[in-house]
Design a protein around this ligand. Structure first.
Ligand SMILES: C[S@@+](CC[C@H](N)C(=O)[O-])C[C@H]1O[C@@H](n2cnc3c(N)ncnc32)[C@H](O)[C@@H]1O
Length: 907
């Protein structure tokens, strides 16, 4: 066994792991686990200095503000930045435990197992100049180290530290609640003054005689060893400080937030376990594995949790965390606690969205697990590709619109408005965006699948004449449903994949949107090949296939940890190159089939089989991952110098880190934003709507996709007007060239950001100019114009999509991306309505002549000429807006480039 070679774990420890259902192979990952540091708020300007001093690049941890990962071999204790208190050594999962508390301004927080104080410092940083923090620890010398840390990082002003047993500690933040302080009217004679490190004579004498015991006992009253000026202690009398309240009083005067980061076996601490190689495995047996000790640990953990909860205000939040991986010390403790405390309720840790963790055994608990194979993430991406490859069903309206027009006896305006109705369905994408912020990927996918099944199912029944034509308005509703279904699928796929691969947003968006572009061709070609463009069969496929694919994706597509090591990122880029190659092969294959004219039945069957094989081929990436790799999740223990609480109570050094494989939040609320976000940071919807950048992006997107949609929706009639009876070739053209636009702009824009900080909006500007030329070509209606025009429109429409998605995420963040994306996508129904429903519909009807039996028709280049001219002018406007946005976002892209260059230049 490889792990045995790396770290020869003793039999007793292996037995311990086995008893607790833990895989020993997790300890093989020790050497590849990065370290984490947190930058003290306000020290951001020193990043470069810190990097230069440590001779390594700090890689930002996207999901945890202020955290950076560094290579595992870098020692921070000797660095100037550490000594000057600019950086902390703290594990990312410890940071997650603090974030789960959801600290808000003015909170009074209790840290019941505070020493050595990494989380304590982070809490104080988050509190700033408000609220208070009470740190408690049973070990005097460890808490003294905590005090040193507070002084070093100048964080002590709102903190008080008590040596006390956390299972019996009973003091509330009395100094802040006059209502809870019955002594307030008494004359205060002997009050606490400003804290001084100089001890009273009595204490010094006591210390000379050997001092108090290192560990506080349960019955011993709390001993105050430090308090800051604004910690609520100064001005209190002893009676006030040490007053214990009734349960009822605690309900209103207790703590807003309690952290119980309980003592545990530390088996989740890799480096901690590694240290036993030096300390001796017998020590491990005695300190960690001893059955009696672990039994009493479970009791201690439950007691700490119970007492922490007792001191919590009604409506407050408690987080229980350990650095053990065993169920006994985590879920079992929480389970037992919940049984005994019916007023406690487990709450979702909402800030955990996108954290590299998985669910614990109890719903709403979380585990930071050391081994997470990336195969699942890639398998999820492959199913995302498949979902997208069937997601462009919305663009295939022209394939069956004529059947609808004839069956329902519609005019062109009515038909165009039907196509607008399907695009209006996208306006309700807002719902999928909202839902994606609270529901899982699988729920969103299932909703989309069922909606599509109903929407296209009814259209199928009408077109196949299984039911007589339904009223026009009702048909609008079902088209709307069909259109809306794709927003659920797109949202589920895009949001999840962008969060899983935040460092490769261009390729992710390019590939996924590329397949959306291809999906029209995939549907059209397979249908034409197998069923000779029969509209009923086409609709049957639109109804059934997406639902089946979605149910497959439900099994695999979920949020996973983003890459957090340099090697992982490098590999991500390689894998995306492979996906790009496969996608291009699919596109070329489709193109080859399209341009080689009509094919016989056998050849068509062979083509379809080949296409299915190509669509399945991305599976090779997750298969490679399964068979040739096992990636450690890096959120594991950092450097530990000594055992935590040894039998002699030995003291850990300051830079020791805590690991947090498991934590559960009990009542967590939304984090309050303290300042207006800058462009490039996470914006909520209101914040985004208030920015000029958003409106520029929104309107320029409208200019691009609105005009493009108009061409797609009207292609059937444009083709007829120009003398083509079969327009499927043009529809396939738009789809395939759209694909090339998406795939190349996604990856190239990423490449040029990395290379020269080229703002992504410049790609939109270029596409808009090209699109303008395409419309001019179509307006001229020369021979071949429609081929050139559909190719250009396809490319530029593709670029718009692939580039705008990452731009939105780069400017406004990924936190609320589901909703942000769907607001931007509102442009589809809006653009479709303005350019297709209003402008094209009106101008076409003005030129057309009525036909017997209802409806109208227009033949000749004049039918659409004015429409094309208007759209060409719109493109020039769009280009201007894109250039303006590129100028405004120059700095954002310089920053992104800097981050990317840091990654690539690191060995
Ligand atoms: C996992 S460590 C806490 C780490 C700390 N929260 C940090 O982030 O630096 C557990 C701590 O619990 C303390 N402890 C153990 N038994 C305790 C008790 N009965 N009451 C209070 N603290 C206790 C230990 O001294 C140890 O410092």
């Amino acid at each position: 066994m490889e792990d045995a070679e790396k770290l020869p774990l003793p039999g007793a420890f292996l037995d311990f792991l086995k008893e607790n259902g833990l895989d020993p192979s997790i300890y093989t990952a020790i050497d590849s686990i990065p370290r984490y540091i947190r930058l003290k708020p306000g020290c951001e300007a020193y990043i470069e200095e810190v990097q230069a001093e440590m001779k390594c690049k700090l890689q930002k941890v996207d999901w945890l503000a202020g955290f950076y990962s560094i290579p595992p071999d870098i020692q921070i204790a000797s660095s100037k930045a550490y000594q000057e208190g600019k950086i902390y050594g703290i594990d990312a999962s410890s940071g997650a435990a603090v974030m789960a508390l959801n600290i808000s301004e003015g909170d009074h927080v209790l840290d019941l197992c505070a020493a050595p104080g990494a989380k304590l410092c982070m809490i104080l940083d988050l509190l700033g100049n408000s609220g208070s923090l009470t740190g408690v620890d049973v070990a005097r010398h460890r808490l003294a180290a905590c005090r040193t840390m507070l002084q070093k990082y100048t964080l002590g002003d709102r903190c008080r530290l008590f040596v006390a047993d956390g299972t019996t500690f009973s003091l509330v933040p009395a100094g802040f609640h006059s209502a809870c302080n019955s002594y307030q009217l008494e004359e205060k004679v002997d009050v606490f003054k400003e804290w001084t490190s100089r001890r009273p004579w009595k204490e010094r004498q006591k210390a000379k005689k050997g001092g108090p015991p290192l560990l506080a006992s349960r019955s011993q009253p709390p001993e105050l060893i430090y308090y800051g000026q604004h910690s609520g202690v100064v001005g209190l009398t002893k009676g006030e400080l040490y007053k214990t309240l009734s349960e009822n009083e605690i309900g209103s005067c207790g703590y807003d937030k309690v952290l119980v980061d309980a003592e545990c076996t530390h088996d989740g601490s890799f480096k901690h376990i590694q240290k036993f190689e030096h300390w001796g495995w017998k020590t491990l047996q005695r300190r960690v594995l001893d059955a009696e000790r672990t039994d009493s640990l479970h009791v201690l953990q439950l007691d700490l949790l119970t007492n922490g909860f007792r001191l919590l205000k009604v409506g407050g939040t408690l987080v229980y965390s350990t650095c053990s991986l065993t169920f006994a010390q985590n879920e079992d403790v929480v389970d037992q606690f919940l049984k005994e405390n019916r007023s406690a309720e487990l709450q979702d840790i909402e800030s955990a969205r996108g954290w590299p963790c998985k669910n614990g055994r109890i719903l709403k608990t979380l585990r930071f697990d050391p081994l997470t194979s990336s195969a699942g993430k890639w398998l999820g991406f492959v199913t995302a590709i498949w979902v997208q490859a069937i997601c462009g069903n919305n663009y295939t309206f022209a394939n069956y619109s004529d059947a609808l027009k004839i069956l329902m006896g519609l005019t062109q305006t009515q038909l165009n408005n039907l196509s607008v109705a399907k695009d209006v369905g996208k306006a309700f994408g807002i719902f999928s965006g909202l839902a994606s912020d609270c529901w899982s990927t699988s729920t969103i996918l299932i909703i989309g699948a069922i909606e599509g099944l109903i929407g296209y199912g009814v259209q199928l029944l009408v077109v196949s004449q299984r039911i007589s034509p339904i009223p026009y308005w009702l048909m609008c509703v079902f088209l709307c449903l069909g259109g809306n279904s794709s927003t659920w699928l797109n949202t589920a796929v895009l949001v999840t994949c962008l969060r899983n691969f935040p460092k490769n947003r261009g390729p992710v968006s390019g590939i996924l949107k590329g397949y959306v572009g291809l999906s029209t061709a995939i549907f059209t070609d397979i249908c034409t090949a197998l069923f000779s463009s029969d509209p009923s069969t086409f609709l049957l496929m639109l109804a059934i296939v997406p639902a089946v694919i979605c149910f497959i994706a439900v099994l695999f597509l979920r949020e996973s940890p983003p890459a957090s090591t340099f090697a992982e990122e490098k590999q991500e880029t390689q894998f995306f190159n492979i996906f790009n190659i496969v996608a291009i092969t699919v596109a070329v294959y489709l193109l080859a089939f399209d341009i080689t004219g009509r094919h016989g039945h056998v050849l068509s069957l062979v083509f379809t089989a080949g296409l299915l094989i190509l669509l399945a081929s991305p599976l090779l990436v997750p298969l490679y991952s399964i068979f040739f790799q096992s990636n450690p999740n890096p959120d594991m223990e950092q450097q530990i110098k000594e055992p935590l609480l040894g039998q002699n109570g030995s003291l850990q050094t300051e830079e020791e880190q805590q690991n947090l494989p498991a934590s559960s939040g009990i009542k967590v609320e939304e984090v309050e934003r303290k300042r207006k976000p800058l462009i490039g940071e996470d914006h909520n919807i209101l914040e985004m709507l208030k920015t000029l950048d958003f409106w520029v992006l929104f309107v320029s997107f409208l200019c691009g996709v609105g005009t493009g949609l108009c061409v797609m929706n009207n292609m059937g009639q444009i083709g007829l007007a120009l003398g083509y009876s079969d327009v499927s070739i043009f529809i396939s053209f738009i789809s395939i060239w759209g694909f090339f636009g998406r795939i190349f702009s996604g990856s190239l824009s990423e490449y040029f950001i990395r290379k020269s900080a080229m703002p992504r909006p410049l790609w939109n500007a270029a596409s808009q100019i090209l699109m303008c030329l395409g419309y001019v070509a179509m307006a001229m209606a020369l021979p071949g114009s429609l081929y050139i025009g559909s190719m250009i429109v396809g490319i530029c429409y593709g670029v718009r999509f692939a580039v705008t998605v990452p731009i939105a995420s780069e400017l406004f963040g990924l936190k609320y991306f589901g909703l942000l994306y769907n607001i931007i996508i509102l442009n589809l129904p809006l653009g479709s309505f303005i350019f297709s429903g209003l402008i094209a519909g009106f101008l076409y009807d003005a030129q057309a002549t009525s036909v017997p039996g209802g409806g109208n028709v227009c033949i000749g280049p004049n039918c659409y000429m004015l429409v094309f001219v208007i759209m060409a002018i719109t493109c020039v406007l769009g280009c201007g807006l894109d250039l303006f946005l590129a100028l405004r976002t120059k700095n954002v892209y310089s920053k992104i480039q800097l981050e990317k260059s840091l990654v690539t230049s690191t060995p």
